[in-house]
Design a protein around this ligand. Structure first.
Ligand code: MN
Length: 233
């Protein structure tokens, strides 16, 4: 098939595999740790999970330098466990969900917090705060066969070596199986979909020159750094 122009295929490395994981969609969970809901002073701690998306081409991976984005003075990190989907899933139960998960990764849901907060207050969509260029940082994927399912274990995020977020994955309000089950009721999940499962408390701002590292027990450490704004911005 001839194409009138080339378009980028977005992929993630797979630990111990030469083949790469082609990304189809990037889903995110809005609120999934009680302490983060409290720090944001929004929402009800018993609400069901809600989801939003980032564009596939917003994915950046290991050692990326993320340009400081335009239209924000409050560019924040959210360190998150990422679930990678390996099989089609439509209306799967919590029990069936384990079987469709290909693997796990570490991610950073990069956020223009000032724009997100405005949108929230005004009842507008979150895209401007959440779904901009280079906003979905994600590590190589570790297959479940190597890591097992990550329902517990420490997740930490550090900026320039200083720890800023730390929690155990077992404190997620909705665990990966429940997230996959709920999301599959809204959308047909397909191989290549990834799900950022929500941030613990301790979110904060970064500036050009900062290095962000996410460590999740059972996965390799994942780092990105923040670069200067693009000159055109
Ligand atoms: Mn998030």
């Amino acid at each position: 098939m001839d194409l009138i122009f080339e378009t980028e295929v977005v992929t993630l490395a797979v630990v111990s595999d030469d083949a790469r994981f082609p990304v189809r969609r990037v889903y995110c969970v809005g609120r999934n740790y009680v302490e983060h809901i409290r720090e944001m002073k929004e929402g009800d701690e018993r609400d069901p999970p809600f989801f939003f998306q980032k564009p596939r081409d917003a994915v950046v991976t290991d050692d990326a330098v993320v340009p400081y984005p335009p239209m924000t003075d409050d560019f924040q990190f959210e360190g998150e466990l990422v679930v990678a989907i390996g099989k089609p899933a439509r209306n799967v139960s919590v029990q069936q969900a384990a079987d469709v998960i290909f693997g796990y990764a570490a991610g950073v849901d990069l956020t223009r917090r000032d724009r997100q907060s405005e949108a929230f207050k005004e009842g507008k969509p979150w895209e401007i705060g959440k779904s901009f260029d280079a906003s979905a940082a994600c590590s190589a994927i570790t297959p479940v066969a190597r890591s097992g399912h990550l329902l517990e274990g420490a997740i930490t995020l550090s900026v320039n070596g200083q720890q800023r977020q730390q929690v155990d994955l077992e404190q997620m309000i909705w665990d990966p199986f429940e997230i996959v089950s709920k999301l599959s009721a809204q959308y047909t999940l397909m191989p290549g979909d990834i799900i950022m499962t929500g941030t613990p408390a301790g979110v904060g701002a970064v500036v050009p020159g900062d290095q962000i590292t996410v460590n999740i027990q059972g996965l390799a450490p994942f780092s990105i750094s923040i670069g200067p704004a693009k000159e055109s911005d």
